[in-house]
Design a protein around this ligand. Structure first.
Ligand code: C2E
Ligand code: MG
Ligand code: MG
Ligand code: MG
Length: 287
């Protein structure tokens, strides 16, 4: 397009680019301050186990409450945190906070609730992640079996042997490993047999089409079948309608997350749910 527009078109384009770069620069600076002043919060989204009908865990999702900008979504600051390396500090904080919260729930409710934490590629590479996980589990007192790490395909694309060794060492603590956003990246099927994964999360791009788009239904059925054949469980992301949920139940998906079942929320907002689940467990079934 720049060719047809000639010189002016190009200048317009580059001015737009530098504006974007400036915005990024500003956000990167604000992000440094955010780390120093701890402007982050974690929200937790319930994960419904479709077999038992109970919420058996949550996913921790970071929120940045900027004093002037308000809530900045992770999609606009996680990439900058990755580029600047700030993700290492932020990621440590997320892991520590999520594990402490899960342990607090365990002590109060005894429901065996697990917490899933998103790990970004740079955080995975730049750090001795197994040592960090070990330390955080020890400090929080959380059993490794109640922690899940969510990884992305881009992380699995490089340095295969080193990655496998890291994953094995994390798994030896009882921690589960999930492949997030499955189907959106390169989705090499060889990842599924090469890496010691416990869980696949079907991206919400496919879940959105359930009960309406045949191709999405076929892909979802295939992912569930393949995961089960390989001994992995499947979680569907972004479930928004009862029809989508019914499809997933009918096709033996193991668990589901989405606005239909609960939005990400502050920890305290989940207490009513835990109370209700506790009551149900404590009340003997009537005959
Ligand atoms: P993700 O791990 O795939 O998380 C799911 C995203 O989908 C979340 O967006 C969640 O709020 C949203 N979501 C959940 N249910 C529904 C639904 O029914 N409909 C729709 N439309 N959306 C739904 P969020 O919280 O904005 O996070 C976006 C991404 O940012 C996450 O995608 C994850 O990749 C990244 N992220 C979030 N927290 C962290 C973190 O602590 N560390 C790292 N490294 N990345 C994080
Ligand atoms: Mg995730
Ligand atoms: Mg996801
Ligand atoms: Mg996703």
């Amino acid at each position: 397009r720049a060719k047809h527009d000639g010189r002016n078109g190009f200048q317009f384009y580059s001015r737009e680019m530098s504006e974007q770069a400036r915005e990024r620069e500003t956000l990167a600076r604000a992000l440094h301050t955010a780390v120093d002043e701890n402007q982050f919060e974690l929200h937790y989204q319930p994960k419904l186990d479709l077999g038992s009908g109970r919420v058996t865990g949550v996913e921790a999702l970071i929120r940045w409450r900027h004093p002037a900008l308000g809530m900045v979504p992770p999609s606009s600051f996680i990439p900058i945190a990755e580029e600047t390396g700030l993700i290492v500090d932020i990621g440590d904080w997320v892991l520590r906070t999520a594990c402490a919260q899960a342990q607090a729930w365990q002590q109060r409710w005894q429901l065996g609730l697990s917490v899933a934490v998103n790990v970004s590629p740079r955080q995975f590479r730049q750090h001795d992640l197994p040592a960090t996980v070990r330390r955080v589990l020890d400090d929080s007192g959380l059993a490794g079996g109640l922690l899940e790490l969510e990884l992305t395909e881009s992380l699995l694309m490089h340095q295969t042997d080193a990655v496998i060794e890291t994953l094995r060492s994390i798994k030896s603590m009882g921690v589960s490993l999930a492949l997030d956003d499955f189907g959106t990246g390169f989705s090499s099927l060889s990842y599924l047999r090469r890496f010691p994964l416990d869980l696949i999360k079907i991206d919400r791009a496919f879940v959105a089409g359930l009960a309406s788009i045949e191709a999405d239904e076929a892909i979802t059925r295939a992912i569930i079948g393949m995961a089960h054949a390989l001994g992995m469980a499947v979680v569907a992301e972004g479930v928004e309608t009862p029809e989508q949920l019914a499809f997933l139940q009918a096709h033996r998906c193991d668990a589901a997350q989405g606005y239909l079942l609960g939005r990400p929320m502050a920890a305290a907002a989940l207490d009513a749910l835990w109370q209700a689940q506790r009551n149900r467990l404590d009340t003997p079934p009537a005959h």
